[in-house]
Design a protein around this ligand. Structure first.
Ligand SMILES: *[C@@H]1O[C@H](CO)[C@@H](O)[C@H](O)[C@H]1NC(C)=O
Ligand SMILES: *[C@@H]1O[C@H](CO)[C@@H](O)[C@H](O)[C@H]1NC(C)=O
Ligand SMILES: *[C@@H]1O[C@H](CO)[C@@H](O)[C@H](O)[C@H]1NC(C)=O
Length: 432
């Protein structure tokens, strides 16, 4: 069932263990010195799983992304796929048609420092394309790993200016790099001490602060991710995410980085997609934990945060009452009977809780009944508020009452079970 050729991505290996300690910076205010003071939100898109996409398929994804304020897809692509050139061309064409933007994110799990000529020719092809995302009048390019790739020869060979914001793993190195970078993109979107170490939540901004301090005048592209769990034979762990989506967006509103990249739009393997479960992607085995686990309602939460970030606001504005819930399909202690891999690493650090984000125009009372647990009612304020409840096996029901009247509610789309065939620590996400 499981294809050994796993797509993507999280394979950070350089920085396991302790990092140098240094003082954290005060509030940064680098925006004033930027030419381009607009803020932009990108989303990481796995080109490697959409070998048969048509321009229309691309347009469908782009329209959904545009609808919540995403400006561009970071096109994660491999050097080895026969369809990379064709799909990049389709993506650029689709972007130009619907006034969306894209840029290339070379995945250095596949590319290498010796690929300068091919990277240059691809950049030459697209830097002035109407679908290309420009920052400060230069074509943005990014990577997954590839920290030490030298962008200078690419920049000098291509006429149009290039703005290189590769993924950098060591924040200290990002300040001293002589590889002609213009900024750094962090992949530390989940609680970790570096590498792929798993630590308790909640997420802090310690990595962001290190990057911002070291980057000086270079720009920082901060990662935002809602979740992480993966269950391949070579890659079987969770990061402690739980209410990460709202925690992280609140951090972004406070920090106001120049650029944000959402990880991800369609990386099903690591369970952090916010796009639809598209019909025409290839399956590396991750359908076992992603099919029938929609994440679309995380876009409902993302939209007001993206708008607030772009407006420089510290709190999101809610325009209509909505409720978004998410939870895992089983308590963490349940043994799955047919699974040859065993449970993912890190699950001992998870809580058996279910999560509700209320988006309210006025305060109201939220009542949640999680399976066999007693009903719990809490008063919630206007705005986006995230509340958690002890997980109970069975039907999950939600109700929001204001002035004696139920304004939102219903049963969750999936019952929590106390048995399973295969471990699944992905989240089921729904909304009312
Ligand atoms: C250049 O762009 C065209 C489409 O505009 C595409 O067909 C071709 O594959 C691209 N070549 C490279 C090297 O990217
Ligand atoms: C893409 O199309 C080819 C040719 O029709 C087919 O063999 C392959 O299975 C398709 N891949 C996906 C992911 O649908
Ligand atoms: C659940 O909510 C409580 C109260 O706000 C909070 O202290 C706790 O960290 C939350 N738990 C999780 C796992 O997010």
């Amino acid at each position: 069932m499981q294809n050994i050729f796993i797509r993507c991505c999280t394979a950070l290996a350089i920085l396991a263990g302790a990092l140098p300690v240094f003082s954290l910076p005060g509030p940064t205010n680098k925006l004033a010195t930027r030419q381009d003071s607009n803020r932009y939100v990108m989303a990481h898109f796995m080109v490697g799983i959409v070998e048969n996409y048509t321009v229309d398929n691309w347009i469908e994804d782009m329209e959904l992304a545009k609808d919540i304020g995403i400006d561009a897809f970071a096109l994660n692509c491999a050097s080895i796929d026969s369809y990379t050139d064709e799909q990049l061309a389709f993506a650029y064409e689709a972007a130009a048609q619907v006034d969306f933007k894209v840029f290339i994110s070379f995945d250095f799990a596949y590319w290498s420092n010796g690929d300068t000529a091919r990277i240059t020719s691809i950049m030459q092809n697209y830097t002035t394309h109407p679908g290309q995302f420009q920052y400060n009048g230069a074509a943005l390019v990014s990577t997954f790993v590839g920290d030490s790739f030298n962008w200078a020869p690419v920049k000098s060979a291509v006429e149009h200016p290039i703005f290189a914001v590769p993924n950098i793993q060591d924040p200290a190195w990002s300040g001293t790099a002589t590889t002609s970078i213009d900024g750094a993109f962090s992949w530390y979107a989940w609680p970790t001490d570096g590498g792929n170490s798993i630590i308790p939540g909640p997420m802090t901004t310690i990595w962001d602060d290190r990057f911002i301090q070291n980057l000086g005048d270079k720009i920082y592209m901060a990662p935002v991710s809602p979740w992480f769990s993966t269950h391949f034979n070579t890659k079987n762990w969770v990061f402690i995410c739980e209410d990460l989506i709202t925690v992280r967006w609140e951090q972004m509103l406070e920090m106001q980085p120049e650029l944000i990249e959402i990880i991800s739009w369609n990386d099903y393997g690591e369970s952090h997609y916010i796009g639809p479960y598209s019909a025409s992607h290839s399956d590396d085995g991750s359908s076992q934990w992603t099919e029938d686990f929609p994440h679309d309602a995380w876009r409902i939460i993302s939209k007001p945060y993206i708008a607030a970030y772009k407006a420089g606001d510290r709190t999101p504005t809610v325009e209509s009452d909505q409720l978004v819930y998410w939870y895992r399909p089983t308590p963490k202690g349940v043994t799955c009977s047919k699974d040859p891999l065993g449970p993912p690493n890190g699950i001992n650090l998870l809580s058996d809780r279910i999560f509700v984000a209320t988006l309210l125009t006025e305060p109201a009372t939220l009542t949640v009944t999680s399976g066999s647990q007693d009903s719990v009612s809490v008063e919630v304020d206007a705005g986006i508020v995230t509340t958690n409840f002890t997980m109970g096996v069975g039907v999950q029901s939600f109700s929001v009452v204001r002035n004696g009247e139920e304004i939102l509610g219903g049963d969750g789309g999936l019952d929590i079970q106390d048995s399973c065939d295969y471990y699944n620590f992905n989240a089921y996400v729904g909304s009312f």
